[in-house]
Design a protein around this ligand. Structure first.
Ligand SMILES: [Zn+2]
Length: 239
């Protein structure tokens, strides 16, 4: 369940991400009331088994039943809740951009699972952001500068910018985000890492990674990442 919006009376409008990676926007009549049909399932982030029908071909789907299989992320602690919202928001944005891929569902599902079992929030989100970009085909290879071909391995670090890919310091595009050697190495390792076994990121590695990945995601979908903004503000207030 990606989104749940209030409608007239006790109705709800919902957006579901299917296991196939497709989005389904549906109307849930009396969604806020009917425990029998929807008990606990109409919450963003809940994994549900759902049924829906179409009154006629091409009309909006009507949700007839939804059964929770994993409850929605708890609102407390707030940091983990915002993190889950960020995962859902990314999945919705990237799916609306036309990416239909079962790996989007699996990525969100595994990351929400890992969030609930204590995985470090920052590392998990950077992992998810990097993978969303990979699935959309816009995280460039990080091996060599795309202008001069110089290796970006070892202690070199790199500069990332939307549309222009990864470049060395000399050929960096205006406004690109600089990643040091550690952040670069982390991003490479995230290809094969497992989301439930990530280690916490140091702030000086996490921050540039967040900025770089955020700008690529925004360039890809044209939408702000509101949950991530809220999470970043929360982090600032607490430090
Ligand atoms: Zn270069």
């Amino acid at each position: 369940m990606l989104e749940v919006r209030p409608r007239e009376d006790a109705d709800r409008g919902v957006t579901l991400l299917l296991g196939s990676g497709e989005l389904v926007v549906a109307h849930a009549p009396a969604g806020a009331r009917s425990r029998r049909r929807f008990g606990g399932a109409l919450e963003p982030g809940a994994r549900v088994r759902a049924r829906w029908t179409h009154a006629r071909q091409g009309s909006r789907a009507v949700l007839t039943e939804a059964e929770p299989q994993r409850p929605a992320p708890a609102p407390d602690p707030l940091e983990r809740y915002y993190a889950a919202c960020h995962l859902l928001e990314m999945a919705r944005n990237i799916s609306q951009e036309g990416l239909v891929d079962p790996r989007v569902f699996r990525l969100v599902d595994r990351c929400i699972e890992a969030l609930g079992t204590g995985a470090p929030v920052d590392a998990l989100l950077r992992y998810a952001e990097a993978w969303m970009l990979r699935l959309a085909g816009v995280l460039p290879p990080l091996d060599a500068c795309e202008v001069c071909g110089r290796s970006l391995g070892g202690g070199a670090g790199l500069h990332l910018a939307p549309e222009v890919g990864a470049r060395c310091r000399e050929h960096r595009a205006p406004g690109s985000a600089a990643l040091g050697p550690e952040a670069t190495a982390w991003l490479r390792r995230s290809r094969t890492a497992s989301p439930d076994r990530l280690e916490a990121l140091e702030e000086d590695v996490d921050e540039p990674l967040r900025r770089a990945l955020e700008s690529l995601l925004i360039a890809l979908t044209g939408r702000r990442l509101r949950a991530l903004e809220a999470l970043t503000r929360l982090g600032r207030e607490r430090s």
